[in-house]
Design a protein around this ligand. Sequence first.
Ligand code: NAP
Length: 317
Amino acid sequence: MIFIVIYYYLKLGIHMESKKNIVVTGGSGLVGKHLHKILPNAIYLSSKDCNLMNMNEIDSMMKNYNPRIVIHLAAKVGGILDNINYPVDYIEQNLIINGNLLKKCHEYNVERVIAILSTCIYPDKADKYPMSEKNLFNGPPADTNFSYALSKRAMAVHIESYVKQYQKQWCYLIPCNLYGEHDKFEHHHSHFVSALINKIYEAEDSIELLGSGKPLRQFMYADDLANIIKYFIDNKVNENVNVAPNYTYSIDEIARIGIKSCGKEHLKIIYKNQKLDGQFRKDVDSSKLLNILGDFKFTSLEEGIKKVYDNFSKRYN
Ligand code: NAP
């Protein structure tokens, strides 16, 4: 009898011991690369390592790594024009990627999933700003990224359903717009702040920006989000929270801060195609997060832009 008990104890022990990997989907993207700096021992996957559209590939990945924690960053992500022109791709790919992955995380008993939504999935118009997590379903998202937004909202419901039905320790974070050294900087593929940095670097007299400059935005340095993900892992936090600094600027103010932080105050700003503004505002309230983190300080826009600009100039000089 004693041998049987020892046998099962060892078997269970070995099984629990082997289940310690952290797998990061979207590991080749902006957030994935920033997370890699502060969490180097996790396993970072791109779509080439595991295409999340394909259930069999996820199944092999799960067998291979047997993760205890999955940080789900992967998504079909793009700018306004791409979202307007290819809405089917956004809804289809994201629904399949998220649905496939969560199903396999359940099947393979992944203890914790931390998934990433986005503040651009909040209602296009709200009665009160900044919006709290309770506002997420209080109205339709902006027309310009309706498909992307609904696929991300579906993932929120999917995760909450797993929590309710199977008592999972799973959660999601809702970050605002991001920028960082590891973003794509080519004009057509980059996010606003990274495109701005590239434009400021190349410009002699002026920079051209799309839209009117009036919409309001929160922008976060990607290292801040990476540090918060690490905090959630280390401290076993499973709360669904907004993640955004408490400053909100107009696009015009952000451009002027950028120009100043990069030391090119002589540059003029020219606005083109003023109708291409996207959602007017979507600022969110991070007080739930800050209550969890205590004395966390977000990187200021001035400091973050300067860091990214200095790194960008070194690379392209
Ligand atoms: P990103 O730079 O565009 O990277 C996307 C990542 O997803 C890449 O690693 C890509 O792999 C992977 N991916 C795409 N399709 C895949 C598939 N079929 N199978 C497996 N992997 C796939 O994105 P990011 O800016 O790091 O964003 C990370 C997360 O944060 C996303 O969920 C996004 O919605 C969210 N978010 C981003 C921002 C922002 O401003 N960047 C703001 C709020 C929320 P490949 O490199 O192989 O293509």
